[in-house]
Design a binder for this molecule. Structure first.
Ligand code: HXC
Ligand code: NAP
Length: 308
């Protein structure tokens, strides 16, 4: 058994219709693919129809379940409504909305034009509330239960320099998750979020770590578990949250980052850089009767290895 294997029993999502925004690439594709393997009717949407169609073909060939594609810019409410009505036409009703589409790039904030700022906030925050509002209205009007899962990031609550529009937008999505978890619970609509740490994808990593930056700035080194995420372990968590197994989880944000954000937050976590010899020297200094010479030797050896 390993984190790279599917976790839920076969057909756990059979009969459920799930809309995945940004479902043609990266993490959206991996999550959607696993939902389909578990029997879901999948609707994937993003701006590029060719990409969606290629992904749909790939997924259906593997799972045998239908995948419907609708091109849509999540910033446009009418286009969002069209995705929902097409999904209903095709599969009868929608059970789950996964807000995964995003736009992002790195830049010192003062270098951004106001249009650049708008672009990221509009894709991430407006796109998520467009879909949530349109879907929520439909569920409430038809007295149907629903389940919303939003993909945020850990900097939704810590903030982060150099991706400020994304941080603002993701924190808005998190606020929406928690707010609607309470307000719409009376309609049987749950609302949760996942905050992934670093998971390699072409879309995110080429934009956030362009060119040589990828070599110089290895995300795995910032993770206490010393590795990046595997798509299947994220898909496992997402499948659980969109399934009925998680029926009592509402308003939660689940972090899946190998401990990355806490590593940056804990006051003394940087002491991981201290080599064993230095800890030994400090311990000898604390205890009575140790050899001063050995302590000094350990101290200098440790200091030579120290990377901070
Ligand atoms: C500064 C930029 C820019 C950049 C575009 N702009 N790229 N500014 N740095 N790298 C500016 C443009 O100059 C323009 O402003 C405005 O933004 C709109 O640009 P367009 O190219 O017209 O936008 P659009 O075609 O809508 O494309 C959106 C996009 C693009 C966000 C710019 O990158 C995209 O389509 N991304 C989708 C996929 C994506 O980003 N995936 C990553 C998600 S990863 P002006 O003033 O010139 O008109 C993620 C990870 C989080 O969120 C956490 C990781 C740990
Ligand atoms: P990705 O492959 O670039 O995914 C982004 C998707 O959003 C693309 O399929 C893109 O498709 C779609 N999209 C962008 N703008 C859109 C718009 N205006 N309308 C409709 N769809 C749009 O990147 P990813 O890494 O898989 O990211 C997926 C999610 O995970 C995002 O929410 C991201 O913030 C989050 N995340 C990723 C990481 C990571 O390490 N990868 C970490 C934390 C959080 P089109 O271009 O065809 O529109």
């Amino acid at each position: 058994m390993s984190h790279t294997q599917g976790m839920l029993s076969p057909e756990s999502l059979k009969g459920k219709t799930i809309i995945v925004t940004g479902g043609g690439t990266g993490l959206g594709k991996s999550m959607g693919s696993y939902f389909s393997e578990l029997g879901a009717n999948l609707v994937i949407t993003s701006r590029k129809m060719e990409v969606l169609e290629e992904t749909a073909k790939e997924i259906t060939a593997k799972s045998g379940y239908p995948v419907h594609c609708v091109a849509c810019d999540v910033r446009e409410y009418e286009q969002v409504e069209r995705v929902i009505s097409e999904a209903k036409e095709k599969f009868g009703s929608v059970d789950v909305l996964l807000n995964n589409a995003a736009g992002n790039f790195i830049s010192p904030t003062e270098r951004l034009s106001h249009r650049a700022f708008d672009t990221v906030v509009d894709i991430v925050l407006r796109g998520s509330y467009n879909f949530t509002l349109a879907m929520g209205k439909d569920w409430i009007e038809n007295k149907q239960k629903g389940n919303i899962l939003n993909i945020v990031t850990t900097y939704a609550w810590t903030g982060s320099g150099y991706v400020v529009p994304s941080a603002c937008a993701k924190s808005g999505v998190l606020a929406m998750t928690r707010s609607l978890a309470v307000e719409w619970a009376k309609y049987g609509i749950r609302s949760n979020a996942i905050a992934p740490g670093p998971f390699p994808t072409e879309g995110a990593w080429d934009r956030l770590l362009p060119g040589n930056l990828k070599k110089k700035y290895d995300p795995a080194t910032k993770v206490p578990l010393k590795r990046v995420g595997d798509h299947q372990e994220l898909a496992n968590l997402a499948a659980y949250l969109v399934s009925d197994y998680s029926a009592y989880i509402n308003g939660e944000v689940i972090t899946i980052d190998g401990g990355e954000w806490l590593m940056g937050a804990g006051e003394f976590n940087g002491l991981e850089a201290i080599p064993e010899e230095l800890w030994d020297a400090m311990e000898m200094g604390r205890k009575k009767g140790g050899s001063k010479l050995k302590m000094m030797w350990l101290y200098f050896k440790g200091m030579r290895k120290l990377k901070i």
